[in-house]
Design a protein around this ligand. Structure first.
Ligand code: P5A
Length: 449
């Protein structure tokens, strides 16, 4: 069973005041809820509460990647410059790349992405079509010396990315990998309570001409977006997509990419005008992922070849696909909060439920809270129990700020009637019920997450 998490012994350094440096709500709440601490511009420590959410997001990303048949590995953060000279990107990447020299004077860099390194791994170990298709991915810290790091984890310099790389025998197979990533990303974001819209975009330093960004609509987003309002209603839902079935996967992608949805980089006013006027929307969005097909850009320059069925040696077809794992915390908060704090979707919440003891030190209240805690733990639901000797108002304010989706309030008055109160953070609606019924309700809620 998981250990008990009690606020009196936890490390949750909440701030009462709004930090002056935070310009957007997600940054403000992440600092106030004691989730992160800035150590240098765009570089953060992840405090316990922030780390728990980050781990939840990673877990969902991993589950959905493995479901799609993609294989995890782990590459280092530091890379030799020579690898990047082979692709020509060492010079092209410019000032965003953090360049380092080790004690032997060898040129290194803190990886902003891993196309070169994964291509190096591939060429060392694979040389036959029989080993394809293959998609490898990792979740690893990246560094980009951004000109304007801002908005907390949204645009960091050090940030956590899931990056995956597909290797295929021909363009058709590589486009299937691209589509598979699109569908797996749609599932991933939906599980986090987000609507992320795939939009045709520009490829920048990664290369290729086939690329989509996934955008979460938010007024604080950094990208300007143009879209057909109907695109927002598209949902993948509980569909069980067979990732090996090219036609089925392609059909889902078609459904999600046919309506007009583009960033300012690819926006075309004349095409946009064909959308019925009342559905034409201009807004802003947060880019939470991007997928690329770039064919043989890296395999040709770096000599990653495979022998095909005819015995010919050909450069392998590739694409790369990224999710902004640390940025997602910011995006989720931008999409889900109120004036009291964060409202975590069940899928990513740091704790499924909080227990508030209204009268710490009261024998009946203390023992009811402890039993509830045990009952929840036994069901695999790890509650955060506020057992501090604080006023009820202060306890509620903390719970509201940190945004646990459910709260159980326990007090002597309710206990006299055998009940506790179960409250939804999202709706604010409270219901009285027995502790057993509250546990059963939560089990039911989280079974579907
Ligand atoms: C795809 C994976 C790539 O780097 N190479 C490997 C490709 N794509 S990307 O679009 O440049 O980045 C992928 C996602 O990472 C997030 N991201 C950031 N998050 C926080 N701070 C940053 N400075 C930052 N830069 C990129 C975005 O979500 C992006 O979609």
């Amino acid at each position: 069973m998981r250990p008990k998490m009690r606020l009196s012994r936890y490390f949750l350094p909440v701030l009462k005041e709004n930090p002056a440096e935070a310009q957007i709500v997600s940054h403000r709440y992440m600092l106030r809820a004691g989730m992160i601490k800035q150590q240098a511009a765009g570089i953060y420590s992840w405090l316990p509460l922030g780390l728990r959410v980050l781990r939840r997001i990673e877990a969902i990303v991993n589950e959905e990647q493995e479901r799609a048949g993609h294989i995890p590995l782990l590459m280092p953060t530091l890379q030799p410059a020579d690898l990047w000279r082979e692709s020509g990107r060492y010079d092209d990447y410019g000032q965003e790349m953090l360049r380092i020299k080790d004690r032997q004077g060898r040129e290194m860099l803190y990886g902003p992405t891993n196309e070169e390194m994964i291509t190096d791994i591939f060429r060392s170990h694979v040389n036959s079509y029989k080993d394809l298709p293959l998609t490898l991915y990792h979740i690893q810290w990246k560094f980009r010396d951004e000109m304007r790091p801002r908005f907390g984890v949204m645009r960091g310099r050090e940030f956590l990315m899931k990056d995956g790389y597909n290797f295929d025998i021909d363009k058709e197979a590589a486009l299937h990998a691209y589509n598979r990533h699109m569908v797996s990303y749609l599932r991933t974001y939906e599980r986090m309570g987000l609507t992320a819209i795939p939009m045709r975009a520009a490829s920048g330093p990664i290369g290729g001409d086939n690329t989509h960004e996934f955008l979460v609509l938010a007024s604080t987003g950094e990208s300007e977006v143009f879209y057909d309002a109907a695109v927002v209603d598209l949902k993948l839902g509980q569909r069980d997509v067979d990732y090996d079935n090219r036609a089925e996967v392609a059909k889902v992608c078609e459904e999600f990419t046919t309506l007009y949805a583009r960033t300012d980089e690819t926006h075309d006013a004349s095409v946009f005008e064909t959308v019925p006027e009342e559905r034409r929307k201009v807004g802003r969005g947060i880019e939470v992922g991007q997928i690329f097909y770039f064919g043989t850009k890296y395999s040709e320059s770096m000599g990653a070849t495979v022998v095909n069925e005819k015995g010919e040696k050909i450069p392998v077809e590739m694409g790369s696909h990224g999710i902004g794992v640390s940025r997602l915390l910011g995006a989720i908060i931008e999409a889900s909060h109120d004036d009291k704090g964060i409202i975590w979707p069940e899928g990513v919440t740091p704790f499924p439920v909080g227990i508030v003891n209204l009268k710490q030190g009261d024998a009946a209240a203390d023992s009811a809270c402890a039993s509830l805690e045990m009952a929840l733990l036994a069901k695999g639901l790890e509650p955060l129990y506020d057992d501090r000797d604080e006023r009820a108002g202060a306890k509620f304010a903390t719970m509201d700020l940190i945004g646990l989706p459910w709260r159980i309030t326990v007090g002597p008055r309710g206990l006299a009637n055998g009940v506790v109160e179960l409250t939804s953070r999202r709706t604010g609606v409270s219901e009285e019920m027995t502790p057993e019924a509250a546990v059963a309700r939560l089990v039911e809620i989280y079974a579907g997450v």
